[in-house]
Design a binder for this molecule. Structure first.
Ligand code: UDP
Length: 317
């Protein structure tokens, strides 16, 4: 198969490119480098990954045939999309249309990386795919949430209008190697802080919950979705829920760090609880996560511990 992955040099995208190369696919990685890094794909380029520098919001020219398209380009960390609000809206809307057009022209499979953020601050718990969500359309998070909701709408419309073989994945919090130490997400922040002896920045009282999925598990689900013709939407995430305070404790325990936990105000519209119902993924894709949080954290901490330069790299303002 020849597969085009937008956002292919980002955290999730680079793991997807790697998994596809591992099984012998030809992979074209498209990235605008806004929140990604050439380091993520340097080894993959040596193994034949084709890298195209492009912002898919502006369009995309790809020569040759295409069997599948995975649209993973987008800022995904709250500080990133707060810094780039219009670019986030553009890649979710125009960027998704670009990638859908590409899939439709080649009669290729299309998979959209949507998000648990389409559920907003959910009133249904755990979140099932038939829940429509509780999103503030004009709040600071809306640039991401509404962009992804539009991305889902236009994907569904392409499937209805042109018969595009499209599938929607709603991805819940995922972590692992190749996250940026200072991207502002909770797992990477806590690990970087614990390893450097800095205080762990806990927002709110730490009682809000998330369900953290290790990246290898997530990627298995993405590949299964690419190989299927399942329309979704399908939740992909680890259904074991932790409070942010529990996560902080676990990171301190595994690293053996003596960092303190420091409390900061909770960001606007920060969801209180989040946990995927994954029955659909299990039924449709025979998918379930295998790596628990402690094991996934150990692997991620080992990766960060071997990269002191990444840890000391100044956090963006
Ligand atoms: N969070 C935190 N400290 C940090 C970064 C995030 O306590 O340094 C909290 C954040 O407020 C949220 C949770 O951790 O409740 C997950 O945040 P993240 O940005 O990783 O993902 P998202 O909010 O998109 O689920």
């Amino acid at each position: 198969m020849r597969i085009v992955v937008s956002g292919g040099a980002g955290f999730l995208g680079s793991h997807i490119c790697e998994a596809l190369l591992d099984r012998g696919d030809e992979v074209v990685c498209v990235d605008d480098w806004s929140t990604s890094s050439p380091d993520n794909v340097a080894d993959l380029v040596r193994r034949g990954l084709d890298v195209v520098a492009a912002d898919v919001s502006e369009g995309l020219d790809i020569d040759g045939h295409v069997d599948a398209v995975a649209h993973f380009a987008s800022p995904a960390s709250p500080p990133d999309y707060h810094r780039r609000p219009l670019a986030t809206l553009a890649v979710g809307s125009r960027g998704t249309e670009t990638m859908l057009r590409l899939a439709q022209q080649h009669s290729a499979r299309f998979v959209l990386a949507s998000t648990s953020e389409v559920y907003g601050d959910p009133l249904v718990h755990p979140q099932t795919e038939d829940y429509w969500g509780n999103v503030n359309p004009i709040g600071p998070r809306s640039v991401y949430d509404e962009a992804k909701r539009y991305a889902e709408a236009v994907t569904a419309a392409y499937a209805r209008t042109y018969g595009t073989n499209a599938g929607i994945l709603r991805i819940f919090n995922t972590y692992g190697p190749r996250m940026r130490a200072h991207d502002g997400r909770v797992v990477s922040s806590f690990i970087a802080q614990a390893l450097t002896g800095a205080p762990l920045t806990c927002y709110g009282d730490g009682s809000q919950t998330r369900s953290f999925c290790y990246v290898d598990d997530l990627v298995r689900g993405v590949v299964a979705m690419l190989d299927s013709s399942v329309p979704g939407p399908i939740n992909l995430g680890n259904p074991t829920e932790f409070t942010v305070a529990e996560l902080a404790e676990l990171v301190l325990q595994i690293t053996g760090s003596e960092s303190i936990v420091e409390y900061h105000p909770l960001p606007t519209d920060d969801p209180v609880r989040r946990r995927p119902d994954i029955r659909r993924a299990t039924q449709a894709l025979d998918w379930r996560p295998r790596i628990d949080l402690a094991e996934g954290l150990r692997r991620t901490i080992m990766w960060f511990a071997g990269r002191p330069a990444e840890l000391s790299h100044a956090a963006p303002a």
